[in-house]
Ligand binder design. Structure first.
Ligand code: ASP
Length: 348
């Protein structure tokens, strides 16, 4: 077997706690470089894989993540797509779910695994969760069926033994190792003694189509979270923000909102002006059903679209993606109701 026949993984290190260590003077966590990361995981050398790496310079805390860096990730994956079996992105946990969601839309017809992982404790610490996360992610990124097709041809987050669909995942805990949850879609694989794949839940790509990478985005979007007592002037100011193109409206329960006339009128006025308003629930689990209560029906009448059981990270990045591609309002309204990367459940 020649070297090029070995399973191959490209490790992309963007930054985050996994590659940080404590500055003895300030006590704050700071990024260190990739070679040092490898020093702390000698196990990487035991893989019978060809592992190459790319490092962001400088590595970033994921709170500084930007859509322009998503395009950089898309570029790196696209340029190396033919050469590697899969990709592992080491990323801070804070915005990992946004990056995973964005990549799921930007890498159309993906047929290889793109696994994001990180850790809650730096990899040089004794109790780090980083090593296991990294090692299992590499194994998943290289895993293939007998016919050579990747087992997980989608963008995922691997954390604390669970492989989750990236655009279904949310960070839920700032302390526990178990930091991510996919409330509305089950786990794609679990790492125990073996990695147990749930084949039926994994996306099935169209093998006739080749990878189509997208680089455009538009961030003229806001998230508006409702609460009892929210003021008319505040909502009006948000809906009249210069350049605003879309709103993610975080409503109550199964997509309900106040029935006050001024509120519905403001929403209707906004949708009439071409602003796209997507309704998702403040409850992380469950589905928006605007037909269920009168309080939801008013939103439908005002031209609000359902986000079904999408995460906020998924809706916001899908809107950025669709707006960036200059789609018409009508097309965007339609495409928001069609899952393009398994990002929400179609109601039956
Ligand atoms: N602030 C860090 C980041 O998101 C936290 C982490 O890596 O988990 O980059």
């Amino acid at each position: 077997m020649s070297y090029s026949d070995y399973p191959s993984v490209l490790l992309i290190y963007t930054g985050g706690t996994i590659g940080m260590r404590r500055n003895p003077e300030t006590g704050a966590l700071e990024a260190f470089d990739f070679d040092q990361l490898q020093e702390h995981v000698p196990e990487l050398k035991r893989f019978n894989y060809r592992i190459s790496s790319y490092q962001f310079n400088p590595p970033i805390d994921s709170s500084d993540m930007e859509p322009s860096l998503w395009t950089k990730l898309v570029r790196i994956i696209t340029d190396n797509y033919e050469e590697f079996d899969g990709f592992v992105i080491l990323h801070g946990t804070d915005t990992m779910a946004y990056t995973a969601s964005a990549l799921s839309f930007m890498l159309e017809n993906l047929k290889k695994p793109v696994i994001l992982t990180g850790s809650q404790l730096p990899i040089d610490m004794l109790r780090t969760d980083g090593k296991e996360n990294l090692i299992a992610s590499i194994e998943i990124a290289a895993a293939k069926h007998e016919d050579g097709a990747s087992i997980v041809p989608e963008v995922c987050i691997f954390f604390e033994n669970q492989l989750l669909r990236g655009n279904r995942t949310t960070k839920i805990n700032a302390e526990n190792f178990n930091a991510f949850r996919s409330y509305n879609y089950p786990t794609l694989a679990t790492a125990g003694i073996h990695i147990k794949y749930e084949y039926d839940r994994i996306l099935k790509p169209d093998y006739q189509k080749s990878l189509k990478s997208h680089y455009l985005y538009d961030t003229n979007i806001a998230i508006l979270t409702l609460f009892p007592g929210i003021q008319e002037n505040i909502i009006s100011t948000v809906l009249h923000a210069p350049g605003l193109k879309a709103i993610v409206l975080k409503t109550y329960g199964s997509g309900n909102a106040p029935q006050k006339r001024w509120f519905i009128d403001l929403l209707k006025d906004a949708t009439t002006r071409g602003i796209i308003i997507v309704n998702i629930s403040q409850c992380p689990s469950g589905m928006v059903e605007m037909e269920r209560y009168e309080t939801g029906l008013h939103l439908l009448d005002a031209g609000v679209i359902s986000g079904y059981d999408s995460t906020v990270e998924s809706v916001i990045t899908k809107l950025m993606f669709l707006l960036g591609h200059g789609k018409s309002e009508e097309e965007i309204r339609h495409l928001m109701t069609v899952p393009v990367a398994g990002e929400f459940t179609i109601p039956v």
